[in-house]
Design a protein around this ligand. Structure first.
Ligand SMILES: [Zn+2]
Length: 397
């Protein structure tokens, strides 16, 4: 049987129902919900309600969608077996099993989901096609209603599973702390830093700003702990979903201060080990750091920085929020393009102080963890070398 025949034979209701299993497993795993409270399935559009711990935003919705599609693309097998009631009660969630049923059918979806169910299912998750969330509305502040549809036969471009280039997501933070850096003075003298606003930008995709609001709805001076946590969770989930999560100096700077503002250095370190930080990789090869705009220029990326990093705290404090937001989003877009350009060219190029364009081979981008494990740079020729370990000395333990 070829592909088109097997697709034609798929029962759309079985597909919608199997998708509900996958969605519920993702909601349980990533958002700590129970199974769906109420569901309504149809061939065209289905809806499920979940009890959540906090209202979900647009970024949450897109990450749920990405996580479900990642599971679908793993092509998990759907299998079933029958156990007696006593055994089922001791192992599985019996919430929806009617009383009196003695032989209980257990449905397993790969390593993702296992639960009692009498419904009909597809045989493998890849048969579902692309999963699309049409809307997610808060029915109350603790119940979200997700409406979804399936696009059977549509190819899922999930980074982890395709031969194609993974999707790139860059993030960046701005701080609100104002200080004048003396000549030769270490930036770290002025730590700890407070985040005013952060941005996450999926290349050719979603752009999200992360900040907190005052009671009157205006942007607050600093991000609140809860919002910083949401940012950290989002980055972690996007990594799980196969996105190539990148940041310029994100290991030594951004994730350290996201972790600090979220009060969760452990999760920050976990995310940090998995990011791609071309600046840290460059440092580990050459022994000195390089600026984002020098690299953008060297690689011929026609984007200029919209302000200087040092001006952002002042601009934020005097109420030029939009300018700072544009700036932080702009730097994320620039990082995305730099990542693409490095991968295409197999090298990184930058404009050195004399205005000359220099080049350094970079055949592939590595995770921060890989770079940490790589041998350190040759710094024998330098007067005051920066210590490699200073980029990750903030990791707990
Ligand atoms: Zn089922």
């Amino acid at each position: 049987m070829d592909d088109s025949q097997s697709r034609a034979s798929i029962d759309p209701l079985a597909a919608a129902h199997t998708a509900e299993h996958v969605l519920s497993a993702v909601m349980q795993r990533d958002f700590g919900t129970g199974r769906s409270l109420e569901t309504h399935l149809s061939a065209k559009k289905s809806k499920c309600d979940y009890r959540v711990k906090r209202p979900l935003g647009e970024a949450d919705v897109r990450s749920i969608e990405a996580a479900v599609n990642a599971e679908i693309a793993r092509d998990l097998l759907v299998t079933s077996f029958v156990v007696d009631r006593a055994e089922a009660e001791s192992h599985y969630d019996m919430g929806k099993v009617p009383e009196g049923a003695e032989a209980i059918r257990i449905v397993r979806i790969g390593d993702l989901d296992i639960m009692p169910c009498v419904g009909s299912h597809v045989e493998r998750t890849s048969e579902l096609g692309r999963f699309v969330i049409r809307s997610a509305t808060m029915k109350s502040d603790r119940v979200v209603r997700i409406r979804y549809a399936l696009m059977p036969g549509e190819h899922i471009e999930t980074a982890a599973l395709c031969d194609e280039e993974p999707q790139v997501l860059s993030f960046d933070i701005e701080i609100s702390d104002v200080f004048e850096l003396g000549v030769g003075e270490d930036f770290e003298t002025y730590a700890p830093f407070h985040i005013s606003v952060a941005a996450t930008v999926v290349r050719e995709g979603d752009e999200v700003l992360w900040y907190s609001e005052n009671e009157d709805g205006s942007p607050a001076l600093n991000i609140m702990r809860q919002r910083a946590r949401e940012l950290l969770e989002y980055l972690s989930r996007m990594q799980d979903a196969g996105y190539m999560v990148c940041a310029w100096n994100g290991l030594g700077f951004d994730l350290r201060w996201i972790g600090h503002n979220a009060g969760d250095m452990r999760t920050a370190a976990k995310v940090a080990r998995r990011i791609y930080d071309p600046m840290f990789q460059f440092f580990n090869q050459r022994g000195f750091p390089v600026g984002l705009s020098a690299v953008a220029e060297g690689l011929g990326i026609g984007q200029t920085k919209l302000m200087s990093g040092a001006d952002a705290p002042v601009a934020w404090r005097v109420g030029h929020h939009e300018r700072v937001m544009d700036y932080v989003v702009g730097d994320c877009r620039m990082t995305n393009e730099i990542v693409m350009a490095i991968q295409r060219a197999g090298c990184i190029r930058w404009v050195a102080s004399q205005g000359r364009v220099k080049s350094e081979p970079m055949e592939r981008l590595k995770t921060a963890e890989e770079v940490i494990q790589d041998p350190g740079p040759d710094q024998g020729w330098m007067d005051r070398p920066i210590d490699k370990a200073s980029f990750y000395s903030w990791f707990p333990e």
